[in-house]
Design a protein around this ligand. Sequence first.
Ligand code: BGC
Length: 305
Amino acid sequence: MSIKKKKQKQTNKKISRANMRLNTIKMLHNNCRGGIYQSSKVQRFQVPDDKVDWSIDYPEYNPPDYTSSVVVGKPWADLDIDDPSFKPKWNQIDGKINRHCHNGIYKFDDNNRPINPAGRTGIRGRGLLGRWGPNHAADPIVTRWKRDIAGNITINNESKKQILQFIGIKRKDTGEWAIPGGMVDAGEVISLTLKREFMEEALNSIGKTPEQLSIITDSINKLFSNGEEIYKGYVDDPRNTDNSWMETCAMNFHDDDGSLVGSIPLEAGDDASNVRWIDIEQNLNLYANHINFIQLTVEKKKAHW
Ligand code: BGC
């Protein structure tokens, strides 16, 4: 990457971090612009920064229309927008599906497709996402203080602040480290998604016997009974398109004395190929804009950054 591009990326990251605090979509999405769309050969139409906003006239804009065959006909996905039996209730809870956007009311294009509230992405259709409009995820940020062998909390030499650690997983799809979150299933309450995804990806609950599971469930229930909301809204996810996008609710579950999660053996499962405690600092490279959620957690905990 050129120095100019790198600088631009850093500036954009700063802008999006500042705007994240406002829970309005003023973030300039980056991960879903330019390049080849994930797991495809489809090139996104290149959208410059000053043309992301839909309110800016852009007559040359001519993005390809792409919905992956992985999505078509799946029980967890919507039907084609033109299918006569597809009768969604937009901007609200539609039966078991949440079509409500955390950031406000979304609009529609001339083909009655929902429009990405954060702006142009250079690709139309659903790409790899199942739902037209918002696709809801939940992200559990499980944290503890870093400690030395003697059990004392570790302080960073420069900031003189305590170092926070979180449980991160390595995603199988992109190979990037991430918060062990996942999609909210139809009809599922977010509190359940948070716990289920954490247990599947960071503890490999699917591969455990009922006896093994009952041992860890007690600590997990205690830990997850006390969470703090960190962020709710649009995610700058690489799969986003002009008509489908990711949103999340990120919650922090902090184990202050390390007694609850310390005893739980981490084991990657489901969509994760690896799992570990990660020391938090500002240069971490994480999936989508997960680093923003981690930063908000650090600020709440007044930890080292
Ligand atoms: C991930 C979440 C993430 C969301 C939006 C989901 O696939 O599991 O961790 O926040 O996508 O990027």
